[in-house]
Design a protein around this ligand. Sequence first.
Ligand SMILES: CC(C)(COP(=O)(O)OP(=O)(O)OC[C@H]1O[C@@H](n2cnc3c(N)ncnc32)[C@H](O)[C@@H]1OP(=O)(O)O)[C@@H](O)C(=O)NCCC(=O)NCCS
Length: 150
Amino acid sequence: MRVLLSSSPALTIDGVEQGGALVGVAAAAPPGRCQPRAVARLRLVTRGVTFGPRAAERLLTWNRAWAAHDISEPHVHLGPVSVDRHLRGRGIGTLLMLRHTTHLDSLGVAGYLETDRPEAVGFYERHGYAVIAEEEILGVPNWFMRRPPN
Ligand SMILES: CC(C)(COP(=O)(O)OP(=O)(O)OC[C@H]1O[C@@H](n2cnc3c(N)ncnc32)[C@H](O)[C@@H]1OP(=O)(O)O)[C@@H](O)C(=O)NCCC(=O)NCCS
């Protein structure tokens, strides 16, 4: 995540705090800024090399495959979304999604995301997202989801 976030300077991060600790985050890129430019992609690979050349190559393959699905209409690109493991199922993710969808509606643009977690598909569907494509990348199934503008 550190590698990913540091190579995506346009991301804004919404967080939920509990008792002074950050327990949930939702990152999003504004319209027109979701695809890493060449420099950012290079930075991603360079940082990925820290984990070995094979990891860097896999990062790039995965990153390119996701980029190929990206929708051309203006959209806010959501992800990653994550809640501390021991606090899941208590509404923190829903709170992050309500803030995200309110933001989408205020801009009047589509939302878009990718996930490789089958259990997250239903969670996103409850917030107006629908699966528009599926693809296995590096042996892992991925779902590409869009929320139409309101
Ligand atoms: C998906 C996630 C962000 C939801 O956050 P949350 O705080 O648990 O969400 P809420 O408590 O508001 O809602 C829980 C709902 O999320 C769904 N969910 C998806 N993955 C879940 C998980 N690993 N644990 C618990 N609930 C999960 C459940 O179906 C649940 O639905 P229900 O209320 O009908 O039972 C959180 O579970 C998480 O961080 N998962 C791991 C990372 C991930 O999968 N991120 C999204 C994919 S990119």
